[in-house]
Design a protein around this ligand. Structure first.
Ligand code: ACO
Length: 317
C-alpha cells in the first residue's frame, strides 16, 4: 500500500502549562524540562467523532477521491463516548461512505497496527482504498488531580487514505503482555449475578517503567527494520515517533546515533495524543511541504499492552 492522502483535526481549546499551574502543584519549568511540553489541545464542547470526521474528510479530499470510493475503514481508538458501536461506524455515516468498518485498540501503537492491517487487506485484493484513522481523547482517561499523568495528554484525530502501490517497505508489530505498568479500567454495569470484586479508576501509569520500555523497544524495532530493509539510519528522511515525551524521542535518537533534525515533533504543542500522534505529525509534515516523493520515513509507536508497532514507508503520493 501507499499513502495518497492525509488529514488532521485538533480541539480548539489550548491548555498551557501556566493554566495547569492554577489548579495543580506543578510548574511550567517542571513540565517543559521533564516532557518537552508547553501546551496541549483538549476536547471541550467537541465530540471525538467530529474531529475524526473532519480529519477523514480532509484525507479523502487530499487523496482526490470521493467518500464512496472508500471500501474499508479502520479506526484506531482507545476510548470515546461509545463503547459500541465503533467510532469507525459513526465516521462512516458522517462522511457518507458505504463500506465495512472496524475499530482497533492497540493503545498508542494502534495507528501502525491499523496501517499494517490495511496493507494486508490491499495485498489480498479485498480492498482498493482504505481510510485509516486514529482518533483519541486520552484526557478523558486520567485523573485531573494527578499531576503525574494529567499534564501529559492532549486530544486529536489524524487520518490517511491508502491504496495499492509502492509504499510500505517493512513493518514490525510486537506485544509483550505487561499489563501492570499502564492501564485504565472502566466500570461495567452491575447485574444481579456479579459476585466478584471489581475495581475501576483513572489511568495508572508507572512513568519510569514505561519510559525505559519505550526507548528500548522502539529503538530495537527500528534497528531491526532498517537491517532487514538493508538501510542505514541516515537513509531515512524523518523518524515519526510516538509523541509521548521529548526525552523519550531524544533517547531514541541517541540510540540510533542521529541528530534531532531527523525527528520532527509536535509533543511540545499537542501533548501525548496516544495513537493519533504519528498520524497528526505525518499530516503536518505533508501539508507544510516537507515530504518529497521517494523520501523514506520511519513511523514507530509504543503503548499499553505493552505493544509496539514500527514501519518504514516510502512517500509516493
Ligand atoms: N509537576 C511537578 N512535579 C511532578 C509532576 C508534575 N506534573 N509529575 C510528577 N512530579 C514529581 C513526582 O511526584 C516526583 O516527586 P518526588 O521525587 O518528590 O517523589 C518527581 O516529580 C519525579 O517524578 P518521576 O516520575 O520520577 O519523573 P520523571 O522524570 O520520570 O518524569 C514522566 C515523569 C514525565 C511521566 C516520565 O516518566 C515519562 O514521560 N514516562 C513515559 C510516559 C509515557 O510515555 N506515557 C505514555 C506512553 S503510552 C501512552 O501514550 C498512553
Amino acid at each position: 500500500m501507499r499513502i495518497i492522502g492525509t488529514g488532521r483535526a485538533h480541539p480548539s481549546k489550548v491548555v498551557t502549562n501556566a493554566m495547569l499551574e492554577q489548579f495543580l502543584d506543578t510548574s511550567d519549568e517542571w513540565i517543559k524540562e521533564r516532557t518537552g511540553m508547553s501546551e496541549r489541545k483538549i476536547i471541550t464542547s467537541e465530540k471525538l467523532e467530529d474531529l475524526a470526521t473532519e480529519a477523514s474528510i480532509l484525507a479523502i479530499k487530499d487523496a482526490g477521491i470521493e467518500p464512496t470510493d472508500i471500501d474499508y475503514i479502520i479506526c484506531s481508538n482507545v476510548v470515546n463516548e461509545y463503547v459500541t458501536p465503533g467510532l469507525s461506524c459513526i465516521v462512516q455515516g458522517k462522511i457518507g461512505a458505504k463500506c465495512a468498518c472496524v475499530d482497533v485498540n492497540a493503545a498508542c501503537s494502534g495507528f501502525i497496527y491499523a496501517l499494517d492491517m490495511a496493507d494486508d487487506r490491499i495485498r489480498s485484493g479485498k480492498a482498493k482504498n482504505i481510510l485509516v484513522l486514529a482518533a483519541e481523547e486520552p484526557t478523558r482517561m486520567v485523573d485531573w488531580s494527578d499531576r503525574s499523568t494529567c499534564v501529559l495528554f492532549g486530544d486529536g484525530a489524524g487520518a490517511v487514505v491508502v491504496t495499492g502501490g509502492k509504499g510500505l517497505i517493512g513493518s514490525r508489530l510486537t506485544t509483550v503482555s505487561k499489563t501492570d505498568c499502564l492501564y485504565y479500567v472502566r466500570k461495567l454495569e452491575p447485574t444481579p449475578y456479579i459476585t466478584k470484586e471489581e475495581n475501576a479508576g483513572p489511568m495508572y501509569m508507572n512513568g519510569r517503567e514505561v519510559f525505559k520500555t519505550a526507548v528500548l523497544s522502539s529503538s530495537f524495532d527500528i534497528k531491526r527494520l532498517l537491517d532487514k530493509a538493508g538501510l542505514k539510519p541516515t537513509d531515512i528522511k524523518y523518524y515519526l515517533l510516538h509523541q509521548a515525551n521529548m526525552r523519550i524521542i531524544e533517547a531514541i535518537a541517541n540510540q540510533l546515533q542521529l541528530d534531532m533534525s531527523y525527528f520532527p515533533h509536535n509533543v511540545d504543542y499537542c501533548g501525548n495524543t496516544s495513537s493519533a500522534s504519528v498520524a497528526l505529525l505525518l499530516d503536518e509534515l505533508h501539508r507544510s511541504g516537507k515530504l518529497q516523493n521517494g523520501d523514506k520515513l520511519v513511523m514507530s509507536a509504543f503503548g499499553a499492552g505493552f505493544t509496539t508497532g514500527a514501519c518504514i514507508i516510502e512517500w509516493n503520493k
